[in-house]
Ligand binder design. Structure first.
Ligand code: PBG
Length: 327
């Protein structure tokens, strides 16, 4: 045989230790953010039917859950609210004693080291399920901004460490930054859902948060999944308006967008591994069709490799457990 010329890549894969010392990307517990659904009422620990292992919790059941999250070593939670009553203007979102405000205060009192991130949106609190004020059948941009800024300020007053607006109105970062600064919260960072697509992967979340739009869809404010350059414009304007973190959502079908935003902009990058991405793995795992742990770790590594610094995921508790066991 004549002499073959080729490279031997397998040298670096020859043993577990060898593979470990050349591993380029890691998932750490410090990267994880766990979403919590807090419901008005008592004694509520209701599993979301399309999201096995995820619960709506009332305040009296919340400390146990946050205690577990904290002892696992997860540094942060993001809060969504399920109010008793909804109305046209989503008043529950910016009420000083709204369910999210109460949950924030309770968590900070009992677990001061836990970072509490408040999702800032109206859709869980409006009777029509849209993320802003409705007039003539459409979501109004500028009048919604006032209510969103008010929501952010009330969340900061309640003790939120980070404000995470997910509503996709134009100017929401500018409006919220100004609102926070004027109310004395210039030290509170904004984690902007800068690049949020109008995605079918949010389906199970809308069960969990009871926030399905009662008419139409969110396509006049959330982005078209076909667009890449528009994602860069969204990220750029949010940074100019004062965003401290940039988020891309969903994660799995948008890894190219995570990479591109990360390469162009110098801000901590957050990937939201959304509800549908959780449910499809859960369903396959429950059928014995996939190895849940292996698949979850592989997809979180993929998000980190694409450029995410932080990952919001319903798998956070499982991942922290697996990482703790591996030690
Ligand atoms: C609120 C909001 C949504 C999600 C996070 N914040 C739903 C939506 O935009 O319809 C989805 C999260 C998930 O699917 O896990 N605007």
């Amino acid at each position: 045989m004549t002499e073959l010329q080729f490279k031997r890549h397998r040298r670096l894969r020859s043993s577990k230790v060898m593979r470990e010392i050349v591993q380029e990307t890691h998932v750490h517990k410090q990267d994880l953010i766990y979403p919590l659904f807090v419901a008005e009422g008592e004694g509520i620990r209701r599993e979301v039917s399309s999201m096995p292992g995820v619960f709506q919790l009332s305040l009296d059941c919340l400390n146990e859950e946050v205690g577990e999250i904290s002892s696992l070593g997860i540094p942060a939670v993001v809060l969504f609210g399920i109010p008793h009553e909804k109305d046209e203007l989503g008043k529950g979102a910016y009420h000083d004693h709204g369910i999210v405000q109460k949950a924030i205060t309770q968590i900070k009192e009992n677990f001061p080291e836990m970072l509490v991130i408040a999702d800032t949106c109206l859709c869980e609190f409006t009777d029509h399920g849209h993320c802003g004020v409705i007039k003539d059948g459409d979501v109004q941009n500028d009048s919604s901004l006032l209510l969103l800024a008010q929501t952010a300020v009330s969340q900061a007053k309640a003790g939120a460490d980070i404000i995470a607006p997910s509503n996709m109105m134009d100017g929401f970062v500018a409006a919220i930054r100004q609102g926070l600064d004027e109310a004395g919260f210039s030290h509170i960072p904004i984690m902007s859902y800068a690049v949020k697509y109008s995605s079918a992967f949010y389906g199970p979340f809308r069960d969990a948060a009871d926030s399905t739009p009662q008419f139409g869809d969110r396509k006049t404010y959330q982005m078209n999944p076909a667009n890449r350059l528009e994602a860069l414009r969204e990220a750029e304007s949010d940074l100019e308006e004062g965003a401290d973190f940039l988020m891309v959502k969903p994660a799995l079908a948008y890894l190219d967008i995570i990479r591109e935003v990360k390469d162009r902009y110098n801000a901590p990058m957050v990937a939201y591994n959304v509800s549908g991405e959780y449910s499809m793995i859960k369903a396959a795992a429950q059928n014995g069709w996939l190895d849940e742990k292996a698949v979850v770790m592989e997809k979180l590594i993929a998000m980190k490799r694409a450029g995410a610094d932080l990952i919001i995921t319903y798998f956070a508790k499982d991942v922290a457990k697996w990482l703790n066991e591996a030690k």
